[in-house]
Design a protein around this ligand. Structure first.
Ligand code: ZN
Length: 210
């Protein structure tokens, strides 16, 4: 077998040797055995051609997803103007529904009113990705993102809106593709009024083409 490098190498150091074989140095990832059991339970033969490397891939993907490293998220820049609302929209994230372990993809919009420092633009995506790379529900995802944005910017005025397609709805159960929207509004966005209406109108315009 030829090994292709760079393909499935997780960014974070794996906790286990994910070589797929226990006869090699190191300990096999327990997730590999779990995957073999899963394959047997659904009537598959884990040793048939096509499935032989599946347990190792399965283990790598779970480690890679859950050990995601978002990097530095707290770079702030000094701001001269005050009272402006900053909106970062269409941050695309993939997460896993904690009820079914099935993926959902969400388009996230984050709005906040900075005090005297603004957060670097790339940090919004990092924060969103960080909270998506775990078992989640979309309602908590928007809450977790809002909480962290508030904490790093020291701004109480934060809103997060996410539209997501959930495979546990599209693929199983009612099998209807549906976009689900979840939102949290804090500070100036909490009360119904111009800041919130403008934001919601903006997000609705943006999601019309989805
Ligand atoms: Zn689900």
């Amino acid at each position: 077998m030829t090994m292709k490098h760079h393909d499935n190498v997780p960014s974070a150091a794996p906790l286990y040797h994910t070589a797929g074989r226990t006869d090699r140095a190191g300990t096999a990832d327990p997730l590999e055995e779990l995957c073999r059991q899963l394959l047997l339970e659904i009537g598959e033969d884990p040793d048939r051609e096509g499935l032989q490397e599946t347990p190792a891939r399965f283990a790598r993907w779970w480690r890679e997803f859950t050990q995601y490293d978002a990097g530095k998220v707290d770079s702030l820049f000094e701001l001269k103007t005050h009272g402006q609302v900053v909106v970062v929209s269409d941050i695309e994230v993939w997460s896993l529904c904690e009820h079914h372990l099935l993926p959902f993809s969400s388009s996230v919009t984050i709005a906040y009113r900075p005090g005297n420092a603004v957060l670097g633009l790339s940090k919004f995506a990092r924060i969103a990705q960080r909270h998506a790379h775990r078992l989640q529900v979309q309602e908590r995802l928007v809450g977790d993102i809002a909480e962290e944005i508030s904490a790093v910017t020291a701004s109480p005025d934060v809103a997060v809106i996410a539209h997501g397609e959930h495979l546990c709805m599209s693929m199983r159960g009612i099998r209807t593709p549906a976009t689900m929207t979840s939102s949290v509004f804090h500070g100036i966005f909490e009360e119904y009024g111009p800041p919130r209406e403008e934001l919601v109108a903006m997000v609705l315009r943006g999601s019309a083409g989805r």
